[in-house]
Unconditional design. Structure first.
Lengths: 637, 637
């Protein structure tokens, strides 16, 4: 697949954009006219730079408001087009995007439109230029891609074809199957964009909220499947208008963009694999892709992770972390043979405390380990998806961890899972044999990591969703918004089908990120936590209280409201209140949980899931936020 | 008018919110349930604190999903309501908001609904509580305020009334005139919210984009006019769900909120003044308000400013500013008799260079003077609208300036205008008689300040719109968005009818604000400028070039695009290019302009308006942004 991206997706000058596209590995770019007009580079200099960078200049765009106009305006438009065709020859470009008319269209007559597009094609032919005509979703008369393509067919000129843009098609809910019947030679260009499903006017939606494939909710695999089946083999290019991407670091955004196309390529192949067999063999569904002009590269395959292998927290002074874990009932399993890290366990929940933090670094979540079938294959996949590799020093006889960096800089380690939930590397800790399998106190025997909640900087939230989707095969749930005393917290759950892994990405209110002084888009501007699931939360909470654990203190008003919302046994309610436990219930089960105080940017949560309860106690989240906010503002003891 | 605000509008804890409301001068508040549930304060403590602060607790809200349900759920809902009524008695509150059912409504039967609301009213009566029933715009069966009111009339119980919320009514475009016919005794509460006109689903619109009255586009004066005419005299309370306000400083937001109600009070009175006379006297339109139970306080009146009196820039080292103004053709009129400030003029354009800046302070726009009819009245009005006063030291024989601080901290001075465009205070500069009336070189004789462009921090953009609307009588135009290399710049024009004053508020992309390290919401994170209009821009540009002015250098590509867009005389085009002039044209006229290089955060623009051209060269703004971005990143010479 020939990959492309429009310069309008990125921040910076034209030169910076082109360099970033080359670094990210794109085959070609679309030049957005305004980026050229505002550039100090001459067209010849742009052409030379593209050649040096190995970037194709695949599309000049956009040319607006051409068709469906009176004759005098048409002549003016042809003059305007001629000037652009001459500019294109200086740039060495041969394809221009012409959008259906929005602003100046006056005459709704397909015959006239075809005649006018024919004259444009004729002029383009004289300049050696090809015109890719696109139906904008909000075009005055032409806003349906099939309509645009019918006009192209009617004109039937070698210099006029169609441009298919997934946003303009899927935002209108047009059926994409008819694309397969298009003559591939008449498809001059394909643009792909994803978007969250929003109900707003389509122009605002398009201008501000497009995202890279895999970061939204459009069925792009299917769209691309139809395009491939039509026989198209040209560029597949991103055209994403997004308020955040336009502000973000250009090189980083270009890499995120490239990742989305690599992922889309795989998803398109999968869609074809799943649909071609059946189509070829009639009712006998046999999977298997037919051969098409467009080649679709494949990626190393990865299945959903089987669970969390460990979570790692890091600090300069680790005493507070050790105290918290000890009070919760975790067992200290010893220190690593060669590194300054400790292992603490409860059941199969493993927490590494890393002492190798910079001086004065506050406690923070540093890394997560996931159990995968084959760490090397999973790591290869992640690297092909442009994930940065995290090097970790190992001795000759120690387990090698495959590590990659998540967009928020959390280190993600791909570990060899085991069917019984144990981890071989724990043998590297403590005296040989002294701390065996890590199974500890009875009350926590069945403990596992239930979920981990990571705070995301606003610049990289969409990027993180695609990262975990593509590299770790987690599935995004619809996002939620949780009120807090300093604004709404956007909360995005990423999880496996069996819920063995649940990762929650939180986008904190901006003001909190600013307060934390994180100007480099770094993380840790906001509290994060690790939640452990146990079988007997009440028992565990009593033990923890007896060990002096500082619980997050829940207001009495909460329990009154709980009593108003649910009919609860008074004794049970009293227990909840006594132990600062929070409670939720839905049709499938119940949820009990409590939080510890925060050290640095980390706190812990203990949960008990009863029945089929699948949530996270969302109605209780505002209470947690409010109490934490209040605590953070109290003077220290 | 009894003023109120819902705690959900503000950030922080319940205690912080209540304190801020008291400081801002509200009569009462609505307690948003979640704020109480998450608070460590007991209901009794909240009641005592409100009494101490002099705040009425006017409404407990919301109670959701009560009506249109099967009998077993209704009983559960009555139990739930009973618990809340008991809580209210501890709080000493007597009115609760009950919203029409969204989530659990199953039975669409007005008879049943009336019966169920009747049972709620009965229970409420037993607790001494009044129920204000509100139609949510997205209520499942009840989403029209007239429908809700018909139910209230049907039940006809003294403890059941209606709550009117302007958002739920105006977002659906319901006619507001029928409110006048309502029995005022049945209107238990009125909530007001404004909003920009957005086409999106009404729930998202309501939850994120409500703004304070005067910051959006709803006809709230008319809505309030009908409410007043109905005979309602209870609280008028703000319920604004807004992502920004929830994050902003609580005391500042409370003051902004109060300003909006004061302004709304005046606007409502004006609407009544304009409409009552006509209504009373039939076809003979005589203005004049009738008497109503609700008293509407009045404000000192202010007309549109007649023009800019001066602009003031400030720096530690003012040499670069002096050089720029001199090269542009401004004349140095001398230093102030008693202060370290200089006066520079061109025609009636006056620029004060203030040398009293902190050490190392970069050049920045510090103050603007506006010509008003009566500075004292205008200042009194601004202060009643909660604008902070700016003290300015004066000697006994000097003109006293009335100063207020704009939300971005720019100092706004209200000056005595003069019909001939001169300013008496200029006599305080230079040697007596030496610099007379400030009229200077012929080419700039007709110069005036055309517009000023101020950068706004994101937390205070809406606040600034209301500030300039209410305190200075400027009118907001629809906002525009301008692409820049680091994101879209939101641009809001505030102007007078005759365009003697044009003020442009720019909301810079967030990343630029962060780059500038402005964590306190301070300004100057982004370039600002002062534009001067002259009669002969080409002549002035030639003179400036000869004096060595550093123009903002416009790329050659721009002039090629200009030639493609407009049919221009080649000689004229060559002149534009030679002098780095930008050009725009519309049906009413032409616009020529150029920019200087930037010093600190300030640059200057010179413009020439030909014919009736009323814009700002918007198509050229991206060029300006791109070149400035590029320059800022170049290593210094």
């Amino acid at each position: 697949m020939r990959t492309g991206i429009a310069t309008v997706c990125l921040s910076g000058t034209l030169k910076e954009k082109m360099q970033a596209c080359a670094i990210a590995g794109f085959d070609g770019i679309e030049i957005f006219e305004q980026d050229l007009v505002t550039s100090a580079l001459s067209p010849e200099a742009v052409r030379a730079m593209a050649a040096d960078l190995g970037l194709g200049l695949d599309l000049y765009q956009p040319f607006r408001d051409f068709d469906s106009v009176p004759e005098d305006l048409l002549r003016e438009n042809l003059r305007r087009a001629g000037a652009k065709f001459e500019l294109m020859s200086r740039l060495g470009m041969d394809t221009i995007l012409v959008c259906s008319n929005v602003a100046t269209a006056e005459i709704d007559d397909d015959g006239l439109r075809a005649e006018q597009l024919g004259r444009l094609a004729q002029l383009a032919g004289e300049h050696g230029v090809k015109v890719a005509y696109e139906a904008l979703a909000w075009g005055k008369y032409v806003n349906d891609y099939e309509h645009a393509h019918r006009l192209v067919e009617t004109v039937d000129h070698p210099n006029l074809g169609t441009c298919l843009d997934s946003f303009h098609i899927l935002s209108r809910d047009w059926d994409t199957a008819p694309i397969e019947k298009f003559n591939a030679e008449k498809i001059f260009f394909v643009q792909v964009a994803d978007a969250p499903k929003l109900s707003m006017d389509v122009l605002s939606w398009s201008r501000h909220y497009r995202v890279f494939p895999g970061e939204g909710q459009f069925e792009l695999d299917k769209f691309m499947g139809h395009v491939v089946r039509a026989g198209y083999a040209g560029p597949v290019s991103l055209e994403i208008f997004n308020d955040v991407f336009r502000q973000s670091d250009v090189e980083r955004t270009a890499v995120d963009a490239m990742r989305s196309l690599i992922w889309l390529e795989e998803q398109s192949a999968k869609w074809l694999d799943a649909h071609d067999g059946g189509a070829a063999a009639g009712s006998g569904k046999v999977a298997g892709r037919r051969r098409y002009p467009m080649e679709l590269a494949t990626l190393p395959k990865v299945a959903e992770p089987a669970g969390f292998n460990f979570a790692e927290v890091k600090a300069d002074d680790t005493a507070a972390l050790e105290k918290l874990l000890g009070q919760l009932g975790f067992e200290f399993e010893g220190r690593h043979r060669t590194k300054d890290v400790q292992l603490w366990t409860m059941g199969h929940a493993r927490v590494i405390i890393n002492e190798q933090a910079p001086s004065h670094a506050e406690p923070a979540i540093a890394a997560l380990g996931f159990d995968v079938d084959n760490p090397v294959i999973a790591s290869a996949r992640a690297q092909q998806l442009k994930a940065p590799v995290v090097p970790r020093k190992v001795q000759a006889d120690e387990e090698v961890f495959q590590g990659i960096a998540a967009p928020d800089s959390t280190e993600i380690f791909l570990c060899q899972g085991s069917p019984d939930g144990t981890a071989a590397w724990t043998a590297e800790f403590g005296q040989a044999g002294e701390f065996g399998d890590g199974v500890s106190a009875p009350v926590g025997a069945g403990a596992v990591i239930d979920h981990v909640n990571l705070a995301q900087p606003w610049q990289h939230f969409d990027e993180a969703v695609l990262f975990y989707t593509s590299a770790l095969a987690l599935e995004p749930a619809p996002f939620a918004e949780v009120p807090s005393p300093t604004g709404l917290v956007r909360s995005q759950i990423m999880q496996t089908t069996d819920r063995a892994v649940r990762l929650v990405l939180n986008l904190a209110p901006l003001i909190q990120q600013e307060d934390a002084g994180q100007q480099d888009g770094g993380r840790k501007s906001y509290q994060e936590h690790i939640a452990f699931a146990v079988d007997d939360l009440v028992g565990l909470a009593r033990n923890a209280r007896d060990r002096g654990l500082e619980f997050l203190e829940i207001p009495a008003n909460y329990y009154e409201d709980l009593a108003a919302r649910f009919s609860l046994d008074p004794g049970f309610l009293a227990t909840l209140k006594e132990l600062n436990l929070l409670y939720d219930r839905d049709a499938s089960g119940e949820f009990l949980h409590f939080y510890t105080a925060t050290v640095g940017s980390v706190f812990f949560e203990m949960v008990e899931r009863r029945g089929g309860y699948d949530g996270y106690g969302a109605p209780n989240a505002p209470v947690r936020h409010a109490v934490q906010y209040d605590h953070a503002r109290r003077p220290p003891n």
